[in-house]
Design a protein around this ligand. Sequence first.
Ligand code: IMP
Length: 196
Amino acid sequence: MRIVFATHNPNKIKEVLHLLPKHIDLLSLTDIDCVEEIPETGQTLEENALLKAQYVVRNYGYPCFADDTGLIVDALGGAPGVYSARYAGVHKNADENMARLLSEMKKKPNRSARFKTVIALFLEGEQQLFTGKVEGEIIHEKKGEQGFGYDPVFKPVNFDKTFAELPLSVKNKIGHRGKAVRKLVDYLKKINNTTE
Ligand code: IMP
């Protein structure tokens, strides 16, 4: 089964490839020559994931899933949330986003935060949503070189390392995207069994 993951982010592709069953032939936006920026004008992660997946189905004719992720920080009233990518400006720079976050979090005693991923799937005329969350805290300075985005400032609960210090296998096991992808995979396996 060929299916597009509506992202250009090689880190996300890597994370998801680890988890998908063999019968799925995963294509990225680059693979289908979709170079334009897909509008993410929704007010929620759910809306944005649906917008992205729907865009690919309508314009490229492939079955597709898209994810949208937000970092939700309690002391900031849930910010950056759905605006996580553009927290420090339209150019979506991870270092600048983290610098703004650490600056907003100065002197905030409550460091609790969570990542939430929503995956929207459009397949065979059906639309599905899958969600994954991981609880953790925002540390005081960046640590670690792996991963991407806000990983160097996010320490998941029950770990003394950030996502940027932990191996990908651990991030996938306990992380937001891994949890959402496993729900997607269960659904795709079910569909595959009923169509065989
Ligand atoms: P999007 O879902 O790709 O639009 O991501 C929204 C924002 O969250 C971007 O700034 C990403 O870099 C960041 N982000 C998404 N997934 C992760 C993750 O797994 N770890 C850290 N940051 C992430």
